[in-house]
Ligand binder design. Structure first.
Ligand SMILES: *Cc1c(COP(=O)(O)O)cnc(C)c1O
Length: 374
């Protein structure tokens, strides 16, 4: 068996031990004579896995009892609609801080919901240019964010996966301070690679396929206050309350997806938790950005230094031809997933928790050699 060095942006590489555990347990889960996906979601075998996945999110992140941890379906995209559906009302305003394409998508859904409810959406965008030429190269400093104290919430994308711009926790590009206005964050490509204070947020949500499991599961950490405030006149399936009251077992959950999240998070805990993986992740980022910075005539990062993403590193080479050669030669050397998003081009290296330092070091060595000989 030869496994690739996989820098896919999402669905992304999963830790090998989490996959091996799934292989071992596939045909006979916990001596039950069937796989976990053949079990009733109301039975004790599955329920144990479900509870463990939720407990691991709580433990790893230090989620207090004033928050719910929900395991939902439909990806982060479903939350783009579900959040305004729960939190908007006639005459109210939702604020969107746009630092890239995912934020734009979230905004689009919020606009549709607000039109239905007679609510408003206020937008602050860091995009430069228009249409196809539009560029996102940074996140704002906290002082640049204009918070409307009457807003129902302020939405950010903590890491823009396509553009490689990321808020740092509380540095020069820290999360905005929103006072009494709930801060809501799409953390899909930014979840559980470092510790952060969840109590600064009203909601943090993440599609699993970047850092914590397979696609099909979205983890939502939401304050009980917001769950209670949520509208009661939307379909039950969209109310956070429904899922909170039913431990995310209102309807059949994506059981195999949740099982894989359990395997990944249990591996993460075994690695020493978020403090330990953050050390590794920072070491990976400094190795890779180090090569970019040492070869400025060859590798060009469009992202402002303070806003650089630790998870998704984007850069350009001197020409598109060289970029194509770079991707092809890297592939021959066993490294895949390096093509930038089709909307922006260039190279993107996604290196979530499952990407080891050795992988990144191998790529960095390849880049140094490529820059030397081309
Ligand atoms: C991948 C991604 C999404 C989309 O997730 P789906 O599971 O496809 O809905 C949303 N936001 C961010 C920041 C992402 O990286």
């Amino acid at each position: 068996m030869s496994r690739k060095i996989n820098f896919n942006a999402g669905p992304a590489a999963l830790p090998l031990p989490a996959l091996e555990r799934a292989r071992e347990e596939m045909l006979d889960f916990a001596g039950s004579g069937m796989s976990v996906m053949e079990h009733s979601h109301r039975g004790k075998e599955y329920e144990g896995v479900h509870d463990e996945a939720i407990a691991l999110v709580r433990e790893l992140l230090g989620v207090p009892s004033s928050y719910e941890v929900l395991l939902l379906q439909g990806g982060a995209t479903a939350l783009f609609a579900q959040i305004p559906m729960n939190l908007l009302d006639k005459g109210k305003t939702a604020q969107y801080l746009i630092t890239g394409a995912w934020g734009e998508k979230a905004l689009g859904e919020a606009k549709l919901v607000s039109a239905l409810f007679g609510a408003n959406v206020a937008v602050q965008s860091l995009g430069v240019g228009e249409g196809k030429e539009k560029k996102y190269t940074r996140v704002p400093a906290p002082s640049e964010v204009k918070v409307d104290p009457g807003a129902s919430y302020l939405h950010i994308t903590s890491n823009e996966t396509i553009h490689g711009v990321e808020f740092n926790v509380d540095g020069s590009r820290g999360f905005p301070a929103t006072g009494a206005v709930p801060l809501v964050a799409d953390m899909s490509s930014d979840f559980l690679w470092r510790p952060f204070d969840i109590t600064k947020f009203g909601i943090a949500y993440a599609g699993a396929q970047k850092n914590i499991g397979p696609s099909g599961v979205v983890v939502v950490v939401v304050s009980k206050e917001l769950v209670e405030k949520g509208r009661k006149d939307i379909p039950k399936i969209w109310q956070f309350r429904t899922h909170a009251e039913n431990k995310s077992l209102y309807n059949t959950p994506p059981t195999f997806g949740v099982y894989m999240v359990r395997n990944v998070l249990s591996w993460l805990k075994g690695q020493g938790g978020l403090v330990k993986v953050e050390e590794v992740n920072r070491k990976k980022a400094s190795r890779l950005y180090g090569v970019i910075d040492k070869n400025p005539q060859f590798f060009r990062s469009p992202v402002e230094k303070e806003s650089r993403s630790v998870m998704n590193v984007v850069f350009r080479l001197p020409s598109e031809e060289l970029e194509a050669t770079f991707i092809a030669e890297a592939k021959k050397a066993g490294m895949v997933g390096l093509k930038g998003h089709r909307s922006v081009g260039g190279i993107r290296v996604s290196m979530y928790n499952a990407a080891s330092y050795e992988w990144v070091d191998t790529l960095a060595g390849f880049m140094e050699e490529f820059a030397r000989v081309k």
